[in-house]
Design a protein around this ligand. Sequence first.
Ligand SMILES: [Zn+2]
Length: 268
Amino acid sequence: MSEAEIPAADADRRPLFARVAQFGRAVMGVVLDTTLPPLCASCRAPLGIPGGLCPACWSRISFIAPPYCERLGIPFAYDPGPGLLSMEAIADPPAYGRARAAVRYEEVARDLVHRLKYGDRLDLVATMGGWMARAGRELIAEADAVLPVPLHWRRLWGRRFNQAAALAKVVAATRALPVLTGALARVRATPQQVGLSRSERAVNVQGAFAVTPDGKAAISGKRLILVDDVLTSGATVDACSRALLRAGARGVDVLVFARVVAAARPPI
Ligand SMILES: [Zn+2]
């Protein structure tokens, strides 16, 4: 008697292996349904390859490329020649050395970040991390280790994974660098930065991060790359960098997937 012929009332009397096999096929069916066909990472249009963007979304994503501020990575409207800094980098120098971002934080990028953060789209990690590795190749070439901006454990609990840690792993893998996930801890839960001004953001994250005892040994004398998904005012990565440098790191650079760029601006 085949499985389909078993009356519903007798279904429980089937051998255990038959029920396990059926469960397995059901699970496989779900997996196949969600992975085939590959969809555009942003708008979900069908695509030829997984983890990519459709031509329409591709044309709307802005990759950040030189010329930009050597320090903050903010794009310039024209090329002022090598080594020139933005007004922001001079007026308010950050604790970190250099910051680089793969893309501008605009519609498609916002969509990707949102899907990664709240949609559990782990398949996006390889694509987004790959773009970051390209944007930060100079930083990666000089780094000893990579670490993510940590989430507070309560937020990690609610979201199940730290998207910055997932991106950090992809970035580190391009040069087989260690990922120091536990080196930095968020010791104080901070309210979401959304809607706060630049100075409010700085106050909000003050003293929120600390290097763990194990982390201190791991980062001592090392050049680090701090990874996050989005850079807005830079207050969070600045607070992390201060904690890392105070604890003995030799240098900290910042690599993010997307950064907020007010407008293309001339260098000073
Ligand atoms: Zn699309």
